[in-house]
Design a protein around this ligand. Structure first.
Ligand code: GDP
Length: 455
């Protein structure tokens, strides 16, 4: 496996070389100083708390004629970023942001390489203001670092970890890995058919695996292989709320219980299937559970059970769909399936949709693609100017997955009306196929001198 590559990017004098030397340490002897193509940069084998990677420092051009600097720098930055798995973008927390920092930020935003923002020279109070200012660059909260004093090393380690090779043995535990077991909970009112569904899923041709093989219904998690008819068997960890109920010995009334069960299951699950009863339709309590699932940021699927005995099926289906959309706006577009736990119909589709939904829920959009979409969205529907004051959204960045969470930066974006925020969220959903998984968008209008209207 080739070594992961980390590129150190930043304007002159922010401390790139000091960081490079820290990372490479005694291995400095291995630094490449070949003439020609690599003239403008140094490379070395870096070592950070057990992480090993190749580091590229783009510092070499700092002696260049300042007039040609931006152009040369851009070429350097772009070349280094292109080959890197992650870019460490260094700014100077003491000096504050400069136009060159902002220009580099613009280049980095249009690249597909992930960026870790580092506010260097952040030791002491003087660094704090600059670090806050750096948030406005759109790469999330900066790591407070001091290359000189060696502070912030653990934060840097944690930030780089997802992008560079993991220590052996950890891959299996990575919840982001597509082959990690799907954590699936089945919730719903009493008698919706949850137990029947789980039993059917685990039925004779289904294989129970893992250390908990042979478990009884008292267990909370059941490891199971779903024999995907379209491919390899896939790992599932079923969260069994019936088992949880016994264990918790909850004495509440049954109706309350299903909500309590659901809440506990939601804690464990990535994807939650809310089971409805075709003979009962959609009730207020179902909406309550659905709302909880979405508020907790979990991916939701609705399945109408007992479809084998459902009367007047298309009217029933459309009625439930309409009631759902009216009762819970956030649930619009949530997959609505029909199943029979009794005869097994629809269960393979349910599992297939569950895996697809988790994939969307875990998806990371590249910053480049995100901002290309963002510019089009602003152009198609420019933001309003409440009270004649112009709102200027600048860029958007994905700060988290599971669920996908974004932050929008710009001047006065905190004044954007809810309808506009919804417009952007819906656009994000459509453009990047998030379906109905919860998508979070936070608006941030940093109050700092670099946020004036300057374009
Ligand atoms: P739970 O309380 O949600 O776990 O519900 P159960 O699994 O105990 O099911 C409640 C009742 O509904 C039982 O009598 C089941 O036999 C019945 N049931 C469950 N699923 C189906 C189904 O798909 N079709 C039919 N016709 N009956 C079902």
């Amino acid at each position: 496996m080739p070594q992961p590559i980390v590129a150190i990017i930043g304007r002159p004098n922010v401390g790139k070389s000091t960081l490079f030397n820290r990372l490479v340490g005694k291995r400095l002897a291995l630094v490449d100083d070949r003439p020609g193509v690599t003239r403008d940069r140094r490379e070395g084998d870096a070592h950070l708390l057990g992480l090993e990677f190749r580091v590229i420092d783009t510092a070499g051009y700092e002696d260049e004629d300042p007039v040609s600097l931006p152009g040369r720098m851009r070429a350097q930055t772009e070349a280094a970023v292109r080959e890197a798995d992650v870019a460490l973008f260094l700014v100077d927390a003491r000096a504050g942001l400069t136009p060159l920092d902002e220009e580099i930020a613009r280049w980095l935003r249009s690249a597909d390489t992930p960026v870790v923002l580092v506010a260097n020279k952040a030791e002491g109070r003087a660094g704090e203001a600059g670090a806050i200012e750096a948030m406005a660059l759109g790469f999330g909260d900066p790591i407070l670092f001091s290359a000189e004093h060696g502070e912030g090393v653990v934060d840097l380690f944690e930030a780089l970890l997802p992008f560079v090779e993991k220590p052996e043995g950890e891959a299996e535990e990575d919840p982001d890995a597509p082959d990690a077991p799907l954590k699936l909970a089945i919730v719903g009112r009493p008698n919706a058919g949850k137990s029947t569904l789980i039993n059917k899923l685990l039925g004779q041709d289904r294989l129970i695996t893992g250390p908990e093989a042979g478990i009884t219904r008292d267990s909370i998690a059941i490891d199971w292989l779903w024999p995907d008819p379209e491919g390899e068997p896939r790992r599932v960890r079923l969260i069994d709320t019936a088992g949880m109920r016994k264990r918790a010995r909850v004495q509440d009334k049954l109706e309350k219980l299903s909500v309590a069960d659901a809440l506990r299951a939601i804690d464990f699950a990535e994807v939650v299937v809310l089971l409805l009863d075709a003979t009962k339709g959609l009730e207020v309590q179902d909406l309550k559970i659905a709302d909880n699932v979405l508020q907790e940021g979990r991916a939701l699927i609705l399945a109408i059970n007992k479809w084998d005995v459902a009367q007047d099926q298309s009217r029933l289906f459309n009625g439930i769909k309409a009631a759902l959309e009216e009762g819970l706006a956030q649930a619009r577009g949530v997959p609505l399936l029909t199943v029979s736990a009794y005869n097994g119909k629809g269960l393979d589709t349910l599992m297939k949709v569950a895996f697809e939904t988790r994939e969307a829920w875990s998806r990371r959009v590249s910053t480049g693609a995100l901002n290309r979409w963002f510019e089009r969205a602003l152009e198609a529907n420019p933001p309003p100017a409440p009270g004649g004051k112009r709102i200027k959204p600048r860029y958007v960045t994905q700060v988290k997955t599971r669920p996908p969470s974004f932050v929008l930066f710009g001047t006065r974006v905190d004044l954007l009306p809810e309808s506009y925020r919804r417009y952007l969220v819906n656009g994000l959903r459509r453009e990047f196929d998030f379906g109905a998984v919860p998508v979070r968008l936070t608006l941030r209008a940093p109050k700092n001198p670099f946020d004036r209207d300057r374009e």
